[in-house]
Design a protein around this ligand. Structure first.
Ligand SMILES: Nc1ncnc2c1ncn2[C@@H]1O[C@H](COP(=O)(O)OP(=O)(O)OP(=O)(O)O)[C@@H](O)[C@H]1O
Ligand SMILES: [Mg+2]
Length: 239
């Protein structure tokens, strides 16, 4: 695996909401083929970090380097075109549209209809539950199925980097395992993933490296196998 090549790097990234500093000098990097996890308590700034990379929030200062070039001034739609897909917290599928149409929407930056249709079939292989429910309205799917749809929809842009925000949130343990198996399968295909999770234990089990975020700052970082046995991480996040 060519996991020595950095696909994304943030440099002293700072984000404010009004007068409140949500992110302070965030420096992180992700190499091609890696699963990197961002763990931390509620309000630590995990979602904000993903939103900053996707350019959904304004960046006060700092830089984001993607494939060797700054993307900090690019608008969010261009970020998708460059190959960064964001699967948001709380799924955000279009409730009144079918599973199929939600997937089509994920391919909005693409034009080759035959390829798009083929990719939808690929998603149905990866997510058989979605295949059975292709004509069902997304709003009537279970929480776990909606999460699968949200991931599948993000994959429809053919990303080089997938940003996943709390895929396990509010799901029963069996469904969480199913979602994490899917993430592991994605990683096996070579997908590069930045995974945000409150479930630090699960996230560190599948990640290569991790960052611990506290009140908008990175306080710990390292190999996932080291973080998972770190006393500070254990005490704060692993119960
Ligand atoms: N749109 C906003 N306006 C003002 N403050 C915000 C906004 N979004 C987030 N914040 C604040 O920024 C901080 C970081 O929020 P963020 O959503 O990034 O945390 P998080 O780590 O994702 O938390 P959670 O685990 O609960 O999802 C919090 O204090 C939050 O209240
Ligand atoms: Mg969040």
């Amino acid at each position: 695996m060519n996991n020595e090549i950095t696909i994304l790097e943030t440099k002293d990234l700072c984000v404010n909401y009004g007068g409140i500093q949500a992110l302070e000098n965030i420096n992180l990097y992700i190499n091609i083929g890696e699963v990197v996890t961002l763990v931390g308590a509620n309000g630590a700034g995990k979602t904000t970090t993903l939103r900053a990379i996707s350019k959904i929030v304004n960046i006060r200062s700092g830089d984001i380097i993607y494939n060797g070039r700054t993307i900090v001034r690019r608008p969010s739609h261009e970020i998708v075109e460059l190959g960064i897909a964001h699967c948001p917290e709380g799924r955000r599928v279009l409730a009144k549209q079918t599973v199929y149409d939600n997937l089509l929407l994920g391919a909005f930056i693409r034009h080759n209809q035959a390829e798009i249709k083929a990719d939808i079939q690929t998603q149905f292989q990866l997510f058989p539950r979605l295949a059975e429910r292709r004509h069902q309205l997304a709003g009537t799917l279970s929480g776990g199925e909606q999460q699968m749809l949200a991931i599948a929809r993000a994959l429809m842009s053919r990303p080089k980097l997938l940003l996943l925000d709390e895929p396990s949130l509010g799901l029963a343990p069996a469904i969480v395992r199913e979602i994490f198996t899917i993430i592991e399968n994605l990683r096996a295909t070579g997908m590069t993933i930045l995974l945000v999770e409150q479930n630090a234990n699960l996230a560190l089990q599948i990640a290569d490296r991790g960052y611990v975020l506290e009140a908008g700052r990175i306080t710990l970082q390292g190999n996932a196998s080291e973080l998972i046995v770190d006393e500070r991480v254990k005490k704060a996040y692993l119960g």
